[in-house]
Design a protein around this ligand. Structure first.
Ligand code: CUA
Length: 328
């Protein structure tokens, strides 16, 4: 290779490395090394495992890449002719035993540590039955629906009691696609697989935690976020009582409009789907029910399992947009 070409190749390679290294840091922002701050016992254990594995992979990265760079420099061709062959080596028993045994020990250490941590991640701590709440989490294209023990419903915003075990049933609906429920601060990812229920839990102090869909589920996957608002028990009780007593109210309807319809629709312009402002369907109970339950040409059946009250709630909010000239 002529030296000019070699220099250009080396320069391109070096700049690519710098760009990669800088881009990763810039993209991460202040996201930090760990997936969020742990605020639940299972999330703490996941972080422990994360750090334990990272120590080994970090050491291996430095050793392997360090040796690679050192050998590239030490054994470079220099002034030898391009056709000169290197020394022919056949086997090194000691080296071969070493590079078999060391990885086995490393994998055994990582495996043992993770298995030791696993029960505390998967199993909720025992608690008095009275202190336990189970919230059902349904993954829909493209929103999260939460059902509480008294039948109350919320969309994209889970309210949960603080400092007690909250069980989560992550439900995959038969007619929907795969989603994955992930609240990084409160534990690991749990897939919502059609036809299955995956169980997980958390126990967290008062706070608002970000949830994401961690499985590519379609065109609006990236916007399928939610929050988990952990509040004192009394506040949680009063929220679900109000919601259940007013199950067809405007408050839920607004959540449905913003969390479900607005995933793909706007009032005044075409978005993923057509503009909806002035559409008489927004005040037509029968028409909208049919659309929600069966879907449209491209629209999934976003409300197939909604209760009558949920549909009433949507209409209570959207009827204001059914007349021409409505904006919002
Ligand atoms: Cu739901 Cu991605």
């Amino acid at each position: 290779m002529p030296s000019g070409v070699r220099r250009t190749a080396f320069f391109t390679f070096a700049m690519s490395l710098v760009a990669l290294a800088v881009a990763a840091g810039a993209y991460a922002g202040n996201g930090g090394f760990l997936p969020g701050d742990a605020h639940s016992p299972n999330a703490h254990r996941i972080h422990d495992a994360f750090i334990f594995v990272a120590i080994f992979t970090g050491i291996i990265l430095v050793l392997v890449e360090g040796a690679l760079i050192a050998f590239v420099i030490k054994y470079r061709r220099g002034s030898r002719a391009r056709t000169v062959e290197g020394p022919q080596i056949h086997g090194s028993t000691r080296l071969e035993i070493l590079w078999t045994v060391v990885p086995v020990l490393v994998l055994a250490a990582i495996g043992s540590f993770v298995l030791y941590k696993l029960p505390g991640i998967a199993d909720a701590p025992k608690a008095a039955a009275a202190d336990e709440t189970t919230i059902q989490i349904e993954g829909h294209q493209f929103y999260w629906l939460f059902r509480y023990p008294n039948g109350a419903v919320s969309i994209n915003r889970m309210i949960a009691p603080a400092n007690e075990v909250v069980h989560e049933d992550v439900i995959g609906l038969d007619w929907d696609v795969n989603h994955s429920w992930w609240v990084p601060d409160l534990g690991g990812k749990n897939d919502a697989i059609p036809g299955r229920v995956n169980k997980t839990w958390f126990e967290a102090p008062v706070g608002t935690y970000v949830a994401r869909c961690a499985e590519l589920c379609g065109i609006q996957h990236a916007l399928m976020d939610a929050t988990v608002q952990v509040v004192p028990r009394a506040q949680y009780d009063s929220f679900i009582q109000q919601r259940s007593a007013n199950a067809s109210g405007v408050a839920l309807g607004k959540e449905e409009w913003q969390g479900v319809c607005q995933s793909c629709h706007r009032l005044d312009h075409t978005y993923i789907g057509p503009a909806l402002g002035g559409n008489p369907l927004l005040a037509d109970r029968k028409g909208i029910e049919s659309l929600l339950r069966n879907g449209g040409v491209q629209m999934p059946a976003v409300g197939k399992n909604w209760t009558g009250a949920q549909i009433d709630a949507l209409i209570a909010y959207t009827k204001q947009f059914a007349t021409k000239g409505a904006t919002g």
